[in-house]
Design a protein. Structure first.
Length: 323
């Protein structure tokens, strides 16, 4: 059976030509370039490319770790950016830093600049201003960069650790002073734990230790006898303690007699005080009597003077002496 032949496919319609295609492509390219240029200009503005800046030159012996574009921070905030690194005529590295004028007031003439290299992470460029009232840093100023490298301390630490290990090995060696001291201590401990004990340690040899122990025992026996004799001598029947007790009794009797004598003396003193009081009264009466006698004698003297003044004949002056 014959199959029917398929009908031929209809031809696809042709696309209409784009009007002004070249102009539109050129316009799109110009727009793309404008967008890219705007983005570049914005990034440059954001990065401070159009801000007024002043130049700071930092000199150091080794600028390892410093890279172009690195920020210089002050109190944790970026106040400058490394623009270029060059080698000076004196063999030192010169790090040129651009500092925006709006942040330049943080840097003073006494500011310190440091480059810190840690064991982990990159280097950090920092600025420190201790006295904010100092004069501001001038444009184009050249300052020294202080470098602190933690990795540079590792060889010194390793050398110190090596010396420490050598000293420990020398201390723990078999023929070291510490080993000899430990062996001597062990020997002393063995002697202390031996039959002679501390006496054996003091005497040295066992025979000398035994002789020393015997002598010590004999001394102890003699000391016991001496103590017993002293006890009998002092506290025995006819000992010194009894004699002392009798003497104390006699002394108490003598003190009683002295106490009675003192009481009698007190009575005599009371009577003497009474006699003294009477004598004082009599003395006061004698003083009054003496005053009366003096008054009478003065009157007699006045009378005699009056008689002599009135008596017509001349007579010698008679002197009356007062007692």
């Amino acid at each position: 059976m014959n199959e029917p032949t398929p009908a031929p496919a209809a031809p696809a319609p042709e696309a209409a030509p784009v009007r002004h295609a070249e102009f539109k492509a050129a316009l799109l390219l110009l727009l793309m370039v404008a967008l890219v240029a705007s983005a570049v200009l914005y990034l440059m503005y954001a990065r401070g490319a159009f801000e007024p800046t002043q130049r700071l030159v930092l000199t150091t012996d080794n600028s390892e770790g410093v890279a172009v574009g690195m920020d210089m921070t002050f109190a944790g905030f970026p106040v400058g950016r490394v623009l270029r690194i060059e080698l000076g005529a004196d063999g030192k590295a010169r790090v040129l830093v651009d500092v925006p004028e709006k942040d330049a007031h943080w840097l003073r003439s006494t500011s310190i600049f440091t480059l810190e290299r840690g064991l982990v992470g990159g280097a950090r460029l920092r600025a420190f201003s201790g006295i904010p009232t100092d004069p501001p840093l001038k444009d184009g100023a050249e300052r020294e960069l202080l470098v602190g490298d933690a990795a540079a301390e590792i060889p010194r630490l390793l050398s110190a650790a090596k010396d420490l290990l050598n000293n420990v090995a020398a201390l723990t060696a078999a023929d070291s002073s510490l080993g000899n001291s430990l062996r001597n201590v062990e020997g002393v401990t063995e002697k202390l734990n031996g039959p002679g004990g501390a006496m054996g340690l003091i005497a040295g040899e066992d025979r000398k230790a035994q002789e020393l122990l015997r002598n010590a025992n004999s001394l102890i026996v003699k000391a016991d006898k001496l103590v017993g004799n002293a006890d009998n001598r002092v506290f025995g029947k006819n000992g010194v303690a009894n004699d002392a007790q009798v003497a104390v009794v006699q002394l108490n009797g003598l003190l009683s007699d002295a106490r009675a004598s003192l009481k009698k003396m007190d009575a005599v003193l009371v009577e003497a005080q009474a006699v003294g009081a009477n004598a004082r009264v009599a003395t006061e009466d004698l003083g009054a009597l003496r005053a009366d006698v003096d008054s009478n004698l003065r009157r007699i003297e006045q009378l005699v003077n009056e008689i002599n003044r009135k008596w017509p004949f001349k007579r010698e002056d008679t002197e009356i002496k007062l007692p």
